[in-house]
Design a protein around this ligand. Structure first.
Ligand code: 7RM
Length: 650
C-alpha cells in the first residue's frame, strides 16, 4: 500500500511564514551551512539590553555550550514589557477556569502590573538573582505571574507539577535548594478539590530551609497558616507597587530548572538558560504553529511540564500572542470541553497530547460536531507517538480536513520542538513527526554507535547539532548530564528514543528505548516507580514495565514479589495498598494500572531481571519470547503467562 501523504493546504501555505518545501529547504540549508549567522539573525527578534559578542561557543569534551555570550537580556521584559507600547491593551492570557464558561482576560498591561507585584513580594522575602524558587501551583494566572516574576528578578524557578505528591515535592525542593515556595490554598480540577497547601505542609515537615510559603487563594477555603512562614499572596501583593526593575541577565544565566524522569530513581533537574532558550522557544512557536499576530493560541498542557513552559508561557508571550491557560481537563464536564473553549474564544491554534485526543475520540464524534470549530487553523500534538488512526481523526473530524496537523517531537531537555512539520510547507504522514526543524540534525544510530546513512533505517535517535534551546546541565550534577546524554553514543546527544527514517527521509519516533515510559504524555522512570514500590514493607522485589493502552498510550504494569509474611494477604488488599504507595511517593498519575503479584521474577543466572520478557507478557504477546534458556528458572515464564491471562482475561 502506498503511504498516505497529506498535501499542504494551499490556503494555509499562501499566508504561512514558510510557504513551500523549497522555502523550508532553503532555510534549513542556511541553518546548517552557517548556524551562527542563522541563529544570530533569530536572536535579533528578541530585545537585548546589551548585544552578545559570541554567538556560540562549545567545549565538547566538557559538554559545555554557550549561546549569545556576552549578551544581556531579561526573559520577563521580552515576554511582557516590550509589548506594552504596541499591544498594552491586547489580551496576553485568557484564563479558562475549571468551571465551564468562566474566563478571565489579562492584558499585557495587567500582566506587567501583576508580575511586578509578585516580583516585589519575592524581593521583600529576600529572593535574589540566582536563588531558586519552587512553584507548586494549579493552572491559575498566579502561576504565570510567579514564573515571570522570577525571570524578572533573575531568580531560577523550579515549577513542580501540582499532581506530584508531598514526597516528590520534598525531594525537588531539597535538590534545588529552594527557600521560597509558591502554592495555592487548593486547586480545582474537573470539579475536584486538590489540597495543595496541605501537601506543601507535609512536604516541608521538619524542613528548616524553606523560610517563606506564599499562598494564592483559588477557593474560599481557609487553610492552616504557619505564622512567620506562610503568607497569603493576595495580601502581600496588595502592598506592592505595580512596577519592578529587571535584572540584566547574562544570556547563559539560568532561567529555570525543571525536573524530569530518567532511567534512575532520582529525577533530574534539567537546567535551561535565558538567551538561547527564549530565542528557540519564540522561534519554534512562530514557525511550527505558523503563529501570526492576532491569533488566539491554546496549548492545553499543564505549565508544570516543559510543554507549558515553552508553549503556554515563554514562546507565545515572547511573540506577543494571546495564550490560553486551561485549568480543567478535556472531559470536564463532558468530552466537548476543548471545542467549547475553541468556539467561545475563537481559537486559531490548538495544541494537545494524543492521550487527550484518544479519550475524547472514544466518547464519540458528536462531542466534537456539537461545536463549530471554524476558527481553527493549526492542530498540534505532543508528548508521545500519535497513532495514525487518531492522527486521521484529529485531521478529518476535529480539523474537518481544513487544518494543518503538526506532530511535534521534542523533550524537556531540548527546550523546544525539534522534529515537526511546518503547516505551510511539509506534506504530512499520519504518525510521523516528519522533518527536522532549522538547525537540527537528527541521526539514526546502530548498536555500535555508528550513524546509519541514507533512508529506510532505524535505530537510536541521536542529535548531531547544537541548538540554542538545548539544556545546559543537570542542576548540581554536570557529571550526570554528561553521562546520561553524551556517553552512550560518544560525540552525539542521545535522546532515549528509538526512531526510523523512512524512504522519504521522514522521521517516525517509535518510543523510548531506555527505562522511561510515557503514560498519558507524562514522563516516568520505571526505576522511580520500582523504588516507590520496594519502599513498602510488604514488597521484596518489583519490576515495572510499560504496555500499550488504548487511551493512555502506555500504561504501567508492575510485577511485585511480596515478602514471606505478606504472601498470604488478600491480593486485592495488597494491590490497593501498593497503588496508594506509589501515589504517595510520586503522585496519582504514576500509580500502576496493573499490579501483578507473583512468586518470583524471571532472571538470568547472574541475577539480571529479564525485562524483555516482562514487557512481552504485560503486552499479552506470548510469541517470540526469544531465548529463555539463560533463565535461572525457565518455568517462571509459563507461570507468569498464566497469571497474566487470569489477571487480564487475554
Ligand atoms: C515535550 C515532552 C519527552 C519524550 C520523548 C518521547 C516522547 C514527545 C513526541 C514523543 C513521539 C512525539 N517532553 N515524545 N513528543 N514521541 N512523538 N511527537 O513531552 O520530556 O516530557 O518527554 O516524550 O519519548 O523522548 S518530555
Amino acid at each position: 500500500m502506498p503511504e498516505e501523504l497529506y498535501p499542504v493546504k494551499p490556503e494555509i501555505a499562501r499566508v504561512a511564514h514558510v510557504g513551500s518545501m523549497e522555502e523550508y529547504r532553503r532555510l534549513y540549508d542556511l541553518s546548517m551551512a552557517d548556524p551562527e549567522r542563522f541563529w544570530a539573525e533569530q536572536a535579533e527578534t528578541l530585545t537585548w539590553f546589551h548585544k552578545w559578542s559570541t554567538v556560540f561557543d562549545a567545549d565538547y569534551e566538557e559538554v559545555d555550550f554557550g549561546w549569545f555570550l556576552g549578551g544581556r537580556l531579561n526573559a520577563c521584559f521580552n515576554c511582557v514589557d516590550r509589548h506594552l507600547k504596541d499591544r498594552g491593551n491586547q489580551t496576553a492570557i485568557i484564563w479558562a477556569a475549571d468551571e465551564p464558561g468562566v474566563y478571565k482576560h489579562i492584558t499585557y498591561r495587567d500582566l506587567k502590573h501583576n508580575v511586578s507585584r509578585v516580583a516585589n513580594v519575592l524581593k521583600e522575602h529576600g529572593v535574589k538573582a540566582g536563588d531558586r524558587v519552587c512553584i507548586y501551583m494549579p493552572m491559575i494566572p498566579e502561576l504565570a505571574y510567579a514564573m515571570l516574576a522570577c525571570a524578572r528578578i533573575g531568580a531560577v524557578h523550579s515549577v513542580v507539577f501540582a499532581g506530584f505528591s508531598a514526597e516528590a515535592l520534598r525531594d525537588r525542593i531539597v535538590d534545588a535548594g529552594t527557600k521560597v515556595v509558591l502554592t495555592a490554598n487548593e486547586g480545582l480540577r474537573g470539579g475536584k478539590v486538590i489540597h495543595l497547601k496541605r501537601i506543601v505542609d507535609r512536604a516541608l515537615e521538619g524542613m528548616q530551609t524553606v523560610t517563606t510559603v506564599l499562598v494564592a487563594r483559588r477557593t474560599p477555603s481557609e487553610v492552616p497558616m504557619q505564622a512567620g512562614r506562610d503568607h497569603w499572596l493576595e495580601d502581600e501583593v496588595k502592598r506592592q507597587r505595580s512596577t519592578c526593575t529587571f535584572e540584566w541577565m547574562g544570556a547563559e544565566d539560568p532561567l529555570f530548572i525543571l525536573y524530569t524522569s530518567g532511567s534512575t530513581g532520582k529525577p533530574k533537574g534539567v537546567l535551561h538558560t535565558t538567551g538561547g532558550y527564549l530565542v528557540y522557544a519564540a522561534m519554534t512557536h512562530k514557525y511550527v504553529f505558523d503563529f501570526r499576530p492576532g491569533d488566539i493560541y491554546f496549548c492545553a498542557a499543564d505549565a508544570g511540564w516543559i510543554t507549558g513552559h515553552s508553549y503556554i508561557i515563554y514562546g507565545p508571550l515572547a511573540n506577543g500572542a494571546t495564550t490560553v491557560m486551561f485549568e480543567s481537563t478535556p472531559v470536564y464536564p463532558d468530552p466537548g470541553r476543548y471545542w467549547r473553549i475553541v468556539d467561545d474564544l475563537k481559537v486559531n491554534i490548538f495544541y494537545t497530547a494524543p492521550t487527550a485526543l484518544r479519550a475524547i475520540a472514544q466518547a464519540g464524534d458528536s462531542w466534537v460536531k456539537e461545536y463549530k470549530r471554524s476558527s481553527l487553523r493549526v492542530l498540534g500534538s505532543v508528548g508521545e507517538p500519535i497513532n495514525p488512526e487518531i492522527w486521521r481523526w484529529y485531521h478529518d473530524v476535529v480539523g474537518e480536513k481544513r487544518c494543518a496537523v503538526v506532530d511535534t517531537w521534542w523533550q524537556t531537555e531540548t527546550g523546544g520542538i525539534l522534529i515537526t512539520p511546518l503547516p505551510g510547507a511539509t506534506p504530512t504522514k499520519p504518525g510521523s513527526a516528519t522533518l527536522p526543524f532549522f538547525g537540527v540534525k537528527p541521526l539514526i544510530v546502530d548498536h555500535e554507535g555508528k550513524p546509519l546513512e541514507g533512508n529506510g533505517v532505524s535505530g537510536a535517535l541521536c542529535l548531531n547539532s547544537a541548538w540554542p534551546g538545548q539544556a545546559r546541565t543537570i542542576h548540581g550534577d554536570h557529571h550526570r548530564f554528561k553521562e546520561t546524554y553524551f556517553t552512550q553514543y560518544p560525540g552525539y546527544y542521545f535522546t532515549g528514543d528509538g526512531a526510523r527514517r523512512d524512504e522519504d527521509g521522514y522521521y517516525w519516533i517509535t518510543g523510548r528505548i531506555d527505562d522511561v515510559i510515557n503514560v498519558s504524555g507524562h514522563r516516568l522512570g520505571t526505576a522511580e516507580i520500582e523504588s516507590a514500590l520496594v519502599a513498602h514493607e510488604a514488597v521484596a522485589e518489583a519490576a515495572v514495565v510499560g504496555y500499550p493502552h488504548e487511551v493512555k498510550g502506555t500504561a504501567i504494569y508492575a510485577y511485585v514479589v511480596l515478602g514471606a509474611e505478606y504472601a498470604c494477604r488478600s491480593r486485592q488488599e495488597m494491590q490497593g495498598a501498593l497503588k496508594e504507595q506509589v501515589s504517595q511517593a510520586i503522585g496519582r498519575f504514576a500509580a500502576p494500572e496493573v499490579i501483578h503479584i507473583t512468586a518470583s521474577l524471571p532472571k538470568t543466572r547472574s541475577g539480571k531481571i529479564m525485562r524483555r520478557i516482562l514487557r512481552k507478557i504485560a503486552a499479552s504477546e506470548y510469541e517470540g519470547m526469544g531465548d529463555i534458556t539463560t533463565l535461572a528458572e525457565p518455568e517462571a515464564v509459563e507461570r507468569l503467562v498464566k497469571e497474566h491471562r487470569d489477571l487480564s482475561g487475554r
